[in-house]
Design a protein around this ligand. Structure first.
Ligand code: CMP
Length: 138
């Protein structure tokens, strides 16, 4: 099924100038970029985005980090894009992410784990609306 998914290249990825390499991986795989912008996430957007983690002890840290410096926000489109992007990202904890995955190749820390991708089509719909207006998605 043709799907859209929300991807954030987190502040650590932008600072390390590895955004292009990561975007190239998605394009090489056959996925397409349907929306993209370099942006500073507001605290309001961050809290909405991470709403499911509101009660977690690391919630404050999550919000602080994602708002600390610009991210690349993207909508990635393709067949089963939600699952495809998640499998290309690798496990959340870089200790568990296999080499060859994005986190397995670029990340060492759980909090600075380079990339976020929606975990379901419903999350994708919700998260795209936080970062993009309808007319920004092509
Ligand atoms: P992300 O996919 O952006 O969604 C939630 C984020 O929480 C996750 O990536 C990790 O960066 C972060 N995270 C998950 N578990 C922990 C944890 N135990 N400590 C700190 N950060 C965490």
């Amino acid at each position: 099924m043709l799907e859209n998914t929300l991807v954030l290249l987190k502040p650590d990825a932008v600072k390390r100038s590895i955004s292009g390499e990561i975007i190239a991986r998605f394009e090489r795989r056959g996925l397409t970029v349907a929306a993209m912008k370099l942006m500073k996430v507001s605290r309001e957007q961050a809290k909405k985005h991470y709403d499911e983690h509101r009660e977690k002890p690391f919630f404050g840290e999550l919000v602080d980090f994602i708002t600390s410096s610009p991210v690349v926000a993207m909508v990635i489109r393709g067949e089963n894009a939600v699952k495809m992007v998640r499998s290309m990202m690798g496990a959340t904890n870089p200790l568990d992410s296999a080499p060859g995955t994005i986190r397995g190749d670029y990340a060492t820390e759980m909090s600075k784990n380079v990339i976020h991708g929606s975990d379901s089509p419903a999350s994708a719909e919700r998260e795209m609306n936080i970062f993009f207006t309808k007319d920004e998605i092509f």
